[in-house]
Design a protein around this ligand. Structure first.
Ligand SMILES: [Zn+2]
Length: 402
């Protein structure tokens, strides 16, 4: 009689059974089967390394459903695959190159793509091995990658269809711009770094507000306070005549809940052209946009006498000018997180550019209806409210990085 191990070793048992299941083709689905179909398409994991605990949980849940239906007489199919996650992979490859002291321009397009495919093989291979170790009962003969020709064709087809239905359109959007690399950066490509700077308290007529970016003052199109802030309630809706470096300017005072009443004086300047939060505030209140810093990181003609200056030089000059005019109340040292380009370490400039959007509102309405009509059930129930809140407040989805 063979020795029986005195301890249960799952790795031996699981790998033996997994091989057995695969060899017998137990995970395959047959298109000709008369059984009712039951199908799950895996939310494809990104090929950015290896799976984490979240994947272990959600893939186990999918496996439970698929195995249950398979045993319950359904023609069950779980389609596996991986996602290219192009920007994230691009960033990983550039970091690897940087470690070798190279850039993607040094090696050229062909060699870069070669590396990308090699990375995909490695990371994708790891992910598939991990799924198999988890016991996932996927039909591996149908494995897909989101850049396979068929899937790419489906993306183009969907894009054109949504465009023809008026659901895809172009509009302005605020993006992370690197003036050195002359490119848009995704949020993943922006590194955060704590830096010391000046927090400048500027007088705006009867109001005072603090900012770390006084040079963007030239692009202000409003000042904002929190709607519940009693200190400033009497100014809301009024238009102020404010002495400034370009003479007297007029600014509307608006109330928006994005303002933190406990931060600084509780008043903020709104510069929709150069700050993502201000851009959103501007959209909500139909504020005009003034672009005073250009794609080269220099002040534009809109900046008047500061035109042509580098943005940091302009910051110094404008503070000096305001000091002479008595417009600065005080300057405090301040430590804050600055966004840097992950390649050149240049300070990222939020700028407005033309991008592609999906109008998701009508799509969200259909999704909400499915839950209201109990066609889709959300468990546990309290999350239904969260779901409605999310769907009812959904905003246009920016799908390009141009
Ligand atoms: Zn850069």
């Amino acid at each position: 009689m063979a020795e029986i191990a005195d301890r249960y070793d799952p790795s031996i048992v699981e790998s033996r059974w997994y091989r057995e299941w695969e060899e017998r083709g137990l995970f395959g689905a047959d298109p000709a089967s008369p059984k009712p179909p039951y199908c799950i398409v895996i939310p494809p994991p990104n090929v950015t390394g290896s799976l984490h605990w979240g994947h272990a949980l959600n893939n186990t849940l999918q496996d439970i459903l698929i195995r249950y239906k398979r045993m319950d007489g359904y023609n069950a199919l779980w389609v596996p695959g991986t996602d290219h996650a192009s920007i994230a992979v691009h960033v990983i490859l550039e970091r690897q190159l940087a470690a070798e002291g190279k850039t993607r321009h040094d090696i050229g397009r062909e060699a870069f793509l070669e590396r990308a495919w090699k990375w995909k093989e490695e990371s994708g291979g790891t992910i598939i091995r991990q799924l198999k170790r988890l016991g996932a009962s996927c039909d591996w003969s149908r494995e897909r990658f989101t850049m396979d020709p068929g899937l790419s064709r489906a993306v183009r087809e969907t894009f054109v269809r949504l465009f023809e239905e008026g659901l895809i359109y172009q509009d302005d959007y605020i993006v992370n711009w690197c003036p050195s690399c002359q490119t848009v950066l995704s949020d993943l490509e922006v590194e955060r770094e704590e830096r010391d700077t000046d927090f400048v308290y500027i007088k705006y007529g009867p109001l005072t507000l603090g900012t770390v970016r006084p040079e963007t003052k030239l692009g202000d199109t409003a000042v904002a306070v929190h709607p519940k802030d009693k200190r400033y309630a009497k100014y809301v809706g009024k238009t102020l005549e404010v002495p400034s470096v370009e003479g007297t300017i007029t600014l509307r005072v608006i109330a928006d809940s994005a303002v933190d009443p406990k931060f600084g004086t509780g008043v903020i300047k709104v510069t929709p052209g150069h700050d993502p939060i201000d851009f959103e505030i501007g959209r909500r209140h139909n504020l005009p946009t003034r672009t005073v810093i250009g794609f080269d990181g220099r002040m534009t003609a809109e900046a008047g006498k500061y035109a042509g200056l580098d943005r940091f030089e302009a910051r110094k000059r404008i503070v000096e000018d305001m000091q002479q005019l008595g417009l600065i109340e005080r300057i405090e040292p301040y430590r804050h997180s600055v966004g840097l380009c992950y390649r050149s370490k240049t300070v990222v400039e939020p700028l407005i550019s033309r991008q592609w959007y999906v109008n998701v509102k009508p799509l969200a309405e259909v999704a909400t209806k499915a839950v209201r009509g109990r066609r889709i059930k959300i468990l546990p129930r309290p999350w239904v409210k969260t779901y409605y809140h999310w769907m009812d407040n959904i905003r246009p989805w920016c799908i390009s990085r141009q």
